[in-house]
Design a protein around this ligand. Structure first.
Ligand SMILES: Nc1ncnc2c1ncn2[C@@H]1O[C@H](COP(=O)(O)OP(=O)(O)O)[C@@H](O)[C@H]1O
Ligand SMILES: [Mg+2]
Length: 296
């Protein structure tokens, strides 16, 4: 059996005393992958990414799995991926993909490469006056301010023209400003899971009533979604716009713009949850893709 590493973190590994609230997603991924990998002669090993390098002895390929604490120590994380790579392990997704995807300025690259993106202003910080000026330029009354490096809607705020913070307010982080797209509340966000550039499945994530964030932490829920041709084309166009060949796995999160077209919210290429519950064929697809990479 060929050994495949599935990188987890101290709060997603099953042996952890205090697992994160969403660690059940780790278990669902492993349950979907393990039997399908075994069928391809691949044995899945869950390893905390912070384990010493010797723990990776004999691993042929390492997937970034559920290394969900890496944001707090991203330099260490990337250094570890580089070290694994240098020791001859195929790291998926590759360290250069991780570097590119770690700050949301990659959305600017995608826009330059022709992707349909949400109009965005990039600033080192935001004051109330900056926010009002941006709303003027966007021609909107509601705006989302989020961190350029962030996840899980951390520190994200929704500003409304009629209810602005005091004039001495400032955001305090490198930020991106976007008009609020109302489709999030009705249609929700659509996620497309790609394995080696081929669509595996799609799903829809909707916020709880009264919220606009689809994260389960805020009561968001997911359901299966059968994508239409135009939707598949829109998501595939994002994969085609990446500045490198299609990575092993990608989750493209999209939202409907006011022109009716799907626009990109995020390209999740580091350690995205791949929603096996909505894609019963995910395990087989990933196992085949991993086996193919190892044979090349
Ligand atoms: N421009 C926007 N219009 C409407 N909703 C948004 C917008 N930007 C973000 N959101 C909401 O906030 C959530 C988190 O934003 P996102 O850019 O995906 O950052 P992250 O998931 O990395 O925290 C989205 O899933 C969506 O629910
Ligand atoms: Mg997101």
């Amino acid at each position: 059996m060929t050994k495949i590493g599935f990188l987890a973190c101290e709060t997603t590994v099953p042996s952890s005393g205090e697992r994160r609230g969403d660690a059940f997603e780790h278990d669902l991924m492993i349950a979907a992958l393990e039997p399908a990998f075994a069928e391809q002669g691949l044995q899945l090993h869950v390893i905390d990414w912070e384990a010493p390098i010797e723990a990776f002895d004999g691993i042929a390929l390492a997937m970034l799995g559920t290394a969900w604490n890496y944001q707090d120590k991203s330099d260490q994380f990337i250094a570890k991926l580089d070290a694994l790579s240098a020791s001859g392990i195929t790291v998926c997704n590759a360290p250069e993909v991780v570097r590119w995807n770690a700050t949301k300025t990659y959305l600017r690259d995608l826009a330059q490469r022709g992707a349909h993106t949400i109009p965005t202003e990039w600033r080192s910080d935001v004051t109330t006056a900056d926010a009002l000026a941006a709303m003027e330029r966007f021609g909107c009354d509601k705006m989302v301010v989020k961190r350029q490096v962030g996840a899980g809607a951390l520190d994200q705020i929704l500003l409304s023209r009629g209810d602005m913070p005091p004039s001495d307010w400032h955001y305090g982080h490198a930020a991106m400003l976007q008009p609020f797209l109302p489709a999030i509340a009705e249609e929700g966000e659509l996620s497309f899971i790609f394995i080696d550039g081929a669509l595996s499945h799609a799903l829809r994530k909707r916020p709880a009533a009264g919220d606009y964030r689809i994260q389960s932490l805020y009561g968001g829920t997911e359901s299966m979604h059968e994508p239409g041709t135009a939707e598949i084309e829109a998501a595939s166009a994002i994969i085609a716009a990446l500045p490198f060949p299609a990575p092993l796995y990608a989750r493209i999160d999209m939202l409907r713009a006011v022109d009716g077209r799907l626009t990109i919210m995020e390209a999740e290429l580091i350690e995205p949850y791949l929603y096996p519950e909505q894609g019963p064929d995910l395990g087989r697809r990933l196992a085949l893709a991993v086996a193919k990479r190892l044979s090349q």
